[in-house]
Design a protein around this ligand. Structure first.
Ligand SMILES: [Zn+2]
Length: 169
């Protein structure tokens, strides 16, 4: 009986720690529409707040190959790394996985009369694009993302980092 209680307590503690961590990790950003309008350009607002889509081959990043991080244009949360980007030939930046599972939330989308999976930023609910199951290994997924929803941040190369350290000394 005592052992059973201990196990139940242990499970409860693990659950609480996990739940607390989960709520700390993703702090939602909620703003009135007027504030988003002020912060974003018309095109950014149309895509990320109104679930729009940029024209294929028109965005800044579909053919972008630099090393770095792609972050949410709405809140700055890191979403994708350049080492998960691949050339899908569809005219939008494509990734086979997000930076981590929590960064992105999936929703069912039936707006075009077909079932698709919409992906949004977990932190600010910005519409990013859709995920399809015709991607390359290792995941087989294709996160098809609007360039306008993301902002690229260059990651310094190891050589550049070394130089910076030298200069600091
Ligand atoms: Zn965001």
């Amino acid at each position: 009986m005592k052992m059973g209680c201990l196990i139940a307590l242990f499970v409860a503690v693990i659950f609480l720690v996990y739940a607390a961590e989960e709520s700390v990790m993703i702090k939602k950003i909620v703003k009135p529409d007027a504030e988003w309008k002020k912060q974003l350009t018309c095109e950014q607002y149309r895509v990320i707040r109104k679930k729009g889509t940029e024209r294929p081959y028109s965005g800044e990043y579909w053919d972008h190959k630099e090393r770095g991080v792609y972050a949410c244009i709405g809140c700055g949360a890191d979403l994708f790394l350049s080492n998960a980007k691949f050339d899908s030939g569809c005219g939008w930046p494509s990734y086979f996985k997000p930076v981590n599972k929590r960064a992105i939330t999936e929703h069912q989308d039936t707006t075009l009369g077909i079932l698709r999976t919409e992906v949004v930023c977990s932190k600010c609910d910005a519409h990013l694009g859709h995920v399809f199951s015709d991607g390359p290994p290792p995941t087989g997924l294709r996160y098809c993302i609007n360039s306008v929803s993301i902002n690229f941040r260059k990651e310094p190369s190891p050589a550049a980092e070394k130089n910076m350290l030298k200069k600091k000394r």
